[in-house]
Design a protein around this ligand. Structure first.
Ligand SMILES: [Zn+2]
Length: 489
């Protein structure tokens, strides 16, 4: 309790653009089937080639910056960051140094407000591959020159949980803006942590440790919490914290020293002479601002109010921008329908039913058919999905029948009434139709009837089961139960 952690993050996100940052090679999002297919003389650093800046990438960074309450710099420029590494063919990276596109923003997550130091634009590097046992390494330049957005925060974070929430909200914002898919496992979003410990209330920071190569939100949280514990224990024992870079070992659930930091690197930054500086960005930003969509925080608040859903449901919907839009279309169909539906239906209940099917049943069915990367809209139209909810609300199908219908809709895209007819899944609620089967079951199970009359409640369930079996599962169990109870009165 004596200490507190001081944590800052550095986040890289690959931008979703058609082409790379400084050439016209396709931006393949890391999905290339072969190495070195999306390359050209520019992104492989051949002598005599010249870069041309991708205006869409610049726009996407400004869009992100506006969404994160940043100040846009009217004047910005690119700089060369010089260092040698085999995955960097030019011997320098085009980045931004003292005039980034934007600075001084913030993001509120729950009760905490994390200030954003800057967001700038640079190019990604290639990738080195080290085949097991080989005495050589391979170089893939598909990623070289992919537009990369770098976001740096102030050291405003105090725990692993807070850092995780911040990263998750950031990912969501990137997705809502359509600037990046930001999938951490695919390396589209990468996170580095700076962490130090100090006595509570102290102004001076402790010695800073960097944690690198964190490839999931969970690992961000776990590695930070581990470091807090490790550094606190070291301080308690009177040991000194060493300034170093550490990695995360997931199997052992601990951080380990990768290298001790020598002097800070001198990258000999200087303005990129092959690219003109960027002027008049503020005016452009005014235009871009008009294109900003509803952001996750706004949608979260609106969904809570408009649909009266519990927090967990709201979160399950808004964590996927596509899904939340889909849900809104379904919900508006249900609302329209409820105005005239006969028999009357509880629209709030139907909407809640839609949420349950969307957030639990659909992912389950997708998992069963090993089709996890599906586009729901392409599988089932919102109109058909609303239709499906109506059939349940009006007891046209039972809940088990509904599962069959939904799985079939997911597979074929057919509309629910068609499937119900085709597969003969309509639930029988008509008392006249059920009466005959009930008579038959009562005759065949006289002893169960006797036992029920003697007070054995289980016998009623047994008889309902018999009627269900006799109707091949098509009887409406609620109606059957009511009919049986009436008979015994
Ligand atoms: Zn290229």
């Amino acid at each position: 309790m004596k200490y507190e952690a001081v944590i800052g993050l550095e986040i890289h996100a690959e931008l979703k653009t058609a082409s790379k940052m400084f050439c016209s090679c396709p931006n393949g999002f890391g999905l290339e089937k072969e190495p070195n297919i999306n390359i050209c003389p520019v992104c492989t650093g051949q002598p005599g080639t010249l870069p041309v800046a991708n205006i869409e990438a610049i726009k996407k960074v400004i869009k992100t910056a506006l969404a994160l309450n940043c100040r846009i710099n009217d004047f910005s420029k690119f700089d060369r960051k010089n260092y040698f590494y085999p995955d960097l063919p030019k011997g320098y990276q085009i980045s931004q140094y003292d005039k980034p596109l934007s600075e001084h923003g913030y993001l509120e997550v729950g009760d905490s407000k994390v200030r954003i130091t800057r967001i700038h634009l640079e190019e990604d590097t290639g990738k080195l591959i080290h085949p097991a046992g080989a005495d050589y390494s391979l170089l893939d330049l598909n990623r070289a020159g992919v537009p990369l957005m770098e976001l740096v925060t102030e050291p405003d974070i105090r725990s692993g949980g807070e850092a995780k929430k911040f990263c998750q909200e950031l990912q969501l914002i990137f997705r809502y803006l359509g600037v990046s898919d930001a999938d951490m496992e695919k390396g589209q979003m990468r996170c580095e942590v700076n962490i130090s410990i100090r006595q509570k209330g102290a102004e001076k920071f402790g010695t800073k440790v960097e944690i690198k190569n964190l490839n999931s939100f969970k690992v961000v949280e776990k590695s930070i919490d581990y470091e807090i514990k490790r550094q606190t224990e070291a301080l308690e024992k009177g040991e000194k914290i060493i300034q170093e870079t550490r990695g995360w070992d997931d199997a052992k659930a601990l951080t380990f020293s990768q290298r001790i930091k020598e002097e800070a690197h001198d990258y000999r930054y200087f303005p990129e002479p092959d690219l003109p500086p960027l002027n008049g960005l503020l005016k452009w930003a005014e235009e871009i601002k008009k294109e900003l969509p509803e952001l996750p925080a706004q949608r979260r608040a609106r969904f809570g109010k408009e649909y009266g859903l519990p927090e967990a449901d709201v979160e399950a919907l808004i964590c996927d921008p596509e899904l939340s839009e889909y849900f809104e279309e379904v919900s508006s169909e249900l609302n329209e329908w409820a105005k005239t539906a006969e028999p009357k239906i509880d629209v709030k209940k139907s909407v809640k039913l839609a949420v349950n099917y969307l957030t639990t049943e659909i992912p389950r069915i997708a998992g069963l058919s090993q089709n996890e990367n599906y586009n729901l809209r392409e599988k089932i139209t919102p109109e058909n999905f609303a239709e499906f909810i109506k059939t349940i609300a009006q007891n046209v199908v039972s809940s088990s029948g509904a599962q069959t219908v939904l799985a079939e809709m997911f597979k074929t895209g057919a509309d629910p009434s068609h499937i119900i007819k085709e597969k003969d899944l309509a639930q029988v609620s008509n008392e006249e139709e059920l009466a005959e089967k009930i008579n038959q079951v009562l005759e065949e199970n006289a002893s169960a009837v006797e036992q029920y009359k003697k007070g054995k409640q289980n016998s009623l369930m047994f008889l309902v089961g018999k009627v269900m079996a006799a109707t091949k599962g098509k009887a409406n169990p609620q109606v059957v139960t009511e009919m049986l109870k009436n008979r015994f009165k």
